[in-house]
Design a protein around this ligand. Structure first.
Ligand SMILES: C[S@@+](CC[C@H](N)C(=O)[O-])C[C@H]1O[C@@H](n2cnc3c(N)ncnc32)[C@H](O)[C@@H]1O
Length: 253
């Protein structure tokens, strides 16, 4: 996926269509309050989760592999006064080495599921383990319904909205197909600018379906003890209808 291109739209689109997901901030604030001051966030993006925590005084290393998303995070962070320390790292969450230990690691909004190969996921868990202090904590916010019916979908419009920053009407069309537990969305963005010119770009998003049992096995094999499983940001029980799959685990030893 080309996160660099999508970065231009990400925050605006999130605000427009992701009403439920916005409630994750409370979850991460409670997580940070309970588990420590020095945090690492993987797939931090433009700082949607990172910045409210920095504002509250937490020190955060924000890791992302998109230069553009980190550039936006930097711009958004400029207005913060008297917050915690923010460090940005451009790296692959499946293979990073920061030479420091953290109290806790945050993997928000399905970010782990952008790794579509199992070896990358287990490498990511190993990297998290190596960067946690003894008994440090990690939590993952995962989409439990990546493979929702049907397996393939011809192109259809998702939304059309006015983006004041871009001075354009943005219309998103999407289609998808599914291959080996990975859903591929082909998103087509049509930008109709106020000065009448038009532009189009395509974005390929992939997410891997990860089931509770396999996550628990991979985490246990990587040296973690599961401490909590929830189906929503307020700690709802996890079941087959849950909106989210929130797994919290502790580094053993
Ligand atoms: C769904 S966004 C989440 C952004 C932010 N955490 C939020 O909750 O709004 C996923 C982020 O993961 C990043 N990402 C995807 N694959 C990655 C990888 N292999 N290593 C590091 N970051 C990655 C993308 O650049 C993007 O910023």
């Amino acid at each position: 996926m080309d996160w660099d291109k999508f970065a231009l739209i990400y925050d605006w689109e999130f605000d427009l269509i992701c009403d439920y997901q916005k409630q994750d901030i409370n979850f991460w604030e409670r997580f940070a309050q309970k588990y420590g001051n020095n945090l690492l966030e993987l797939g931090a993006g433009s700082g949607r989760v990172t910045l409210p925590l920095v504002k509250k005084g937490y020190n955060i290393y924000a890791l992302d592999n998109s230069a553009k998303m980190l550039e936006l995070l930097k711009i958004h962070s400029i207005s913060i006064e008297n917050g915690g320390e923010l460090n940005m790292v451009q790296a692959n969450m499946a293979d990073f080495s920061l030479n420091r230990f953290f109290d806790a690691v945050i993997v928000s909004y399905s970010s782990l599921q952008h790794l579509t190969a199992y070896p990358d996921i287990t490498n990511c868990l190993a990297c998290i383990y190596r960067h946690l202090r003894p008994k440090g904590m990690v939590a993952f916010d995962l989409d439990p319904d990546v493979l929702s019916f049907p397996d393939t979908m011809p192109e259809r419009q998702v939304y059309s909205g006015c983006n004041n920053q871009l001075k354009a009407q943005v219309t998103l069309f999407t289609s998808w197909f599914t291959d080996e537990k990975v859903r591929h969305w082909n998103d087509r963005y049509l930008l109709e600018y106020d000065d009448q010119h038009q532009e189009e770009f395509h974005n390929h998003i992939v997410l891997k379906a990860l089931y509770l049992n396999e996550m628990l096995s991979m985490l246990t094999a990587a040296g973690f003890r599961i401490t909590d499983i929830a189906g929503g940001f307020e700690g709802e029980n996890f079941n087959e209808k849950s909106e989210r799959m929130l797994i919290t685990a502790q580094k053993k030893g």
